[in-house]
Each structure stands twice: as C-alpha cells, then as structure tokens.
Design a protein. Structure first.
Length: 140
C-alpha cells in the first residue's frame, strides 16, 4: 500500500451562525461532489431548530436531499478534528487553533428568503466547493 492509500482523509468543517442554510448546503455539496474522499462536518454558533426549507428546496433541485439534516452546535472538538475550517458569517464565534487552515466565505444569509433568493447563494457555494475539492484532492 502506498502512503497515499493509508493517509487520513482531509476533513472540512463548515460553520455559520444557525447551521441551517449556508453551512448545510456547503456540507451537502462536499459530501456529494467529494465522493467520500473528504470528511465533512457542519455546525452553527447559535444553531436553529431546523434546516432552512428554502435551502432544502434549492438543493433538491440539484438532486441532493438535505431534508433529514439537523442543525448542530459548534464544538471545540469539531474544530480540533478538522483540517480546514470554513466560516460563513459567524465572526469570532469560531475557536482558532494553530495549524488549521481557515477561510471565511462571504455569502448572503438565506434565512427568511424564498428559494429564488437562495439559488444564487447555492450556486456560489457549489463553485467554491468545486475549487475546494480541486485544492484538497489535487490528483482528482
């Protein structure tokens, strides 16, 4: 077995305030497009009670079912266990650890918006996820 076959999968944590829209869509895309080669987590600094129905509908249009997802609270452990932490509007709520890669994606918040308003956010996230996969899995 080559070292690359035994190497741990890269792991990515998506964080937004409510873990109901942006981070859920990003995680769903990464699970779908990453073909199981990247470990995916998402969380919120102040999680909502449920995932945004407009985000669920927008992702269903892409053939991705997020209807069973639930918002999760951000934990220090989730950050420690992730190689890449991508924040989306949660500001300083995310703990910082040395040696991690941090990115802040400036995305509109889909909260309270209809599916028409969520589609461009979804499409922006998909483009960013495609670039992230190319960066994390250069051999693909």
């Amino acid at each position: 077995m080559s070292p690359s076959e035994t190497a741990a999968k890269p792991s990515v944590l998506f964080v937004c305030v409510h873990n109901a829209g942006r981070s859920q869509m990003a995680a769903a895309y990464l699970r779908h497009l990453g073909e199981g080669l990247i470990e995916v987590r998402s969380a919120g600094s102040a999680p909502a009670d449920s995932v945004n129905p407009a985000a669920v509908a927008a992702m269903a249009e892409e053939g991705i079912d997020m209807s069973a997802e639930l918002p999760k609270v951000l934990t220090t452990e989730a950050v420690k266990e992730s190689d890449v932490v991508i924040t989306m509007g949660c500001g300083d709520a995310c703990p910082i650890f040395p040696g991690k890669r941090y990115e802040d994606w400036k995305l509109d918040d889909p909260a309270g918006q209809g599916v028409e308003a969520v589609r461009p956010i979804r499409d922006d996230i998909r483009a960013r996820i495609t670039a992230l996969i190319a960066d994390l899995l250069p051999a693909k």
